[in-house]
Design a protein around this ligand. Structure first.
Ligand code: NDP
Length: 248
């Protein structure tokens, strides 16, 4: 157990986060699965429902929008577990609205959760990773950060920002053996998307050449690959997983 590599996944108890955790546990990592403060009971229930082995997966309370508590919590994590080997910045929210009606709160909440979180969570683990001389940072963006989406100026701005951030960090960390990459999923069958009405889901699928949503497992498999030694020569890249809906 002592030699297990450590992976930290934010937004772990969500649809995609759950499958990323499951995959990384399968890959042999000890996974630190983060959830929002105040959601301890939900997280414990999730641990039981998903039958995670609590030796291989530990829960960690982390509000990715709070830079001070991220700094303190992650410093403690590194004292307890040592350096993080794989960081998956997966937590995210949407607060959709046409821009002419978009409030500052909706703008700010989305930028804080999807983009500022990259600073808050990555900064404390970045230097130790570089000093160790190895590490993987994988940021979960979105197809809509590449192509834009009506009603998602806030979300698209944040998700596009993740890509510029990742390319820059890839340059800064390359000589230290740390890779930084992005996964940009298209519509993925998580509870968030599955609640859409059938006719809306049908119209979404009609725009996807493969005519179906991604599964969360398909996103998790890509995380697994980018985290692996096989992906050592890939950095600053954005991997699109969108069934052909957007090619660039
Ligand atoms: P979910 O809503 O199921 O999961 C998102 C997770 O992020 C939740 O666990 C949520 O916690 C957590 N989270 C939100 N705000 C915070 C915060 N302030 N601090 C800590 N955790 C927080 O969504 P998905 O699994 O579908 O999405 C995962 C990622 O994939 C997101 O970044 C999303 O933008 C991206 N994505 C999703 C797509 C899809 O079609 N599903 C498509 C493209 C990208 P809580 O439950 O407490 O709110």
């Amino acid at each position: 157990m002592e030699n297990m590599k450590i992976a930290l996944v934010t937004g772990a108890i969500g649809g995609i986060g759950t499958e990323i955790c499951r995959q990384l546990v399968k890959d042999g990592y000890k996974v630190l699965a983060t959830h929002r403060p105040g959601k301890e009971d939900v997280a414990k229930q999730w641990l039981e429902d998903e039958s995670f082995d609590s030796i291989k997966l530990n829960l960690l309370s982390l509000d990715v929008t709070d830079s001070i508590s991220c700094g303190e919590t992650l410093k403690q994590v590194m004292q307890d577990y040592g350096t993080i080997d794989v960081l998956v910045n997966n937590a995210g929210i949407t607060r959709d609205s046409a821009f002419k009606r978009m409030t500052f709160d909706k703008w700010n909440d989305v930028i804080n959760t999807n983009l500022n979180s990259l600073f808050n969570v990555t900064q404390p683990v970045f230097n130790p990773m570089c000093e160790k001389g190895s590490g993987r940072i994988i940021n979960i963006s979105s197809i809509n950060g590449l192509k834009g989406q009506f009603g998602q100026a806030n979300y698209a701005a944040a998700k596009a920002g993740m890509i510029g951030f990742s390319k820059s960090l890839a340059l800064e960390s390359a000589r230290s053996g740390v890779t930084v990459n992005v996964i940009a999923p298209g519509y993925t069958a998580t509870p968030m998307v599955n609640v859409l009405k059938d006719e809306i889901l049908d119209s979404i699928k009609a725009q996807i050449p493969l005519r179906r949503l991604a599964t969360p497992q398909e996103i998790a498999k890509a995380v697994s690959y980018l985290a692996s030694d096989d992906a050592a020569y890939i950095t600053g890249e954005t991997l699109n997983i969108n069934g052909g809906q957007y090619m660039h």
